[in-house]
Design a protein around this ligand. Structure first.
Ligand code: NAP
Length: 277
């Protein structure tokens, strides 16, 4: 009798989840590497993440990604954690390591890889502004600080959140929160939008005084959601990059954690995603 091949089961938990492009990305990676696996989107119920995640694992799940709003719940679920997951306090990749639930966070490395390898940006000695102080900012700031910028300022609508984030990372590098009345006293080489303002199509506004001749803009969002920051960037004749590259790079890191094989991010895959945006 022919032996039945075991297909590994992966998933992404989020709420909402219907627009997630992770299934398309991971299925593409697997197909290219000739690995037989399934990767499904799961709409997690608020307040029931731990229970639902454990059911998925008990039913043969080998690992899963986690997106909004469950990254901190996933941190609590993980019995062991990578260093970067411990530093950021959030987990976007769950795997089973030596029989225990292990948490990792690939957002920071995904962002840095996109900047360094695809955009060819060198963070060394740069003055960086992160706008926003939510989960996305928290996930990337430690990885940026490891790249030796000369300074990293955090600016957020709610100043206290920026302050609390900078306090928690101040032992890693030169990070500081900046308030609305002081931001114009600084200028930046790189401005990263880590807010969710584009979701509601709110106009992105910041003083032009913060620009210098080198300023580059990066939006962690992609598709229509990145339009408001893109518009501000265009109005100021700045170079602009969206977060699609980061999405792909963080996914490739997750895939590597699970399968120990490095997927190739092809132009075909990028084009497939752009058609879905
Ligand atoms: P979050 O935790 O909800 O944080 C939202 C942030 O946006 C907060 O700093 C919030 O400020 C700010 N904000 C919201 N509405 C605002 C407004 N009207 N004016 C000014 N600031 C406003 O969300 P998140 O997880 O950080 O996600 C942020 C974005 O990053 C999302 O669009 C997400 O898709 C994207 N992202 C992309 C990737 C990728 O792989 N490319 C990975 C992770 C996240 P307050 O603190 O004042 O509320």
């Amino acid at each position: 009798m022919a032996r039945q091949e075991v297909i590994k089961k992966y998933a992404v938990f989020g709420n909402p989840i219907e627009h997630s492009m992770s299934p398309l990305i991971h299925e593409y990676f697997a197909k290219n590497l000739k690995i037989n696996l399934s990767y499904v989107p799961i709409l997690g119920s608020l307040g029931k993440f731990e229970k639902e995640a454990k059911i998925f694992l008990e039913n043969g799940g080998s690992g899963f990604n986690v997106t909004l709003p469950f990254k901190e719940d996933a941190f609590k679920l993980a019995e062991t954690k990578s260093k970067i997951a411990r530093i950021t306090g959030s987990v976007n990749t769950i795997s089973i390591k030596n029989g225990v639930i292990h948490g990792d966070n690939t957002d920071g490395i995904g962002f840095v890889k996109d900047m360094k390898n695809n955009i060819e940006y060198d963070f060394n000695d740069k003055k960086i502004l992160v706008v926003g102080a939510g989960g996305a900012a928290m996930g990337v700031i430690p990885s940026i600080l490891n790249e030796n910028p000369s300074e990293l300022k955090i600016y957020n609508r709610t100043f206290e959140k920026a302050k609390s984030l900078s306090d928690s990372f101040e032992n890693i590098g030169p990070v500081e929160a900046v308030s609305q009345d002081k931001i114009h006293k600084h200028n930046f080489d790189l401005i990263i939008n880590a807010t969710s303002i584009g979701i509601n199509n709110i106009k992105f506004e910041l003083s032009r005084k913060i620009l210098n001749t080198e300023t580059v803009c990066y939006d962690m969002s992609y598709g229509k959601i990145s339009n408001s920051f893109k518009m501000w960037s265009n109005e100021n004749n700045l170079k602009f990059h969206d977060g699609l590259g980061m999405l792909l790079e963080q996914a490739a890191e997750s895939f590597y954690i699970w399968e120990l094989q490095r997927p190739v991010i092809t132009e075909e895959l990028k084009n497939n995603l752009k058609l879905r945006l």
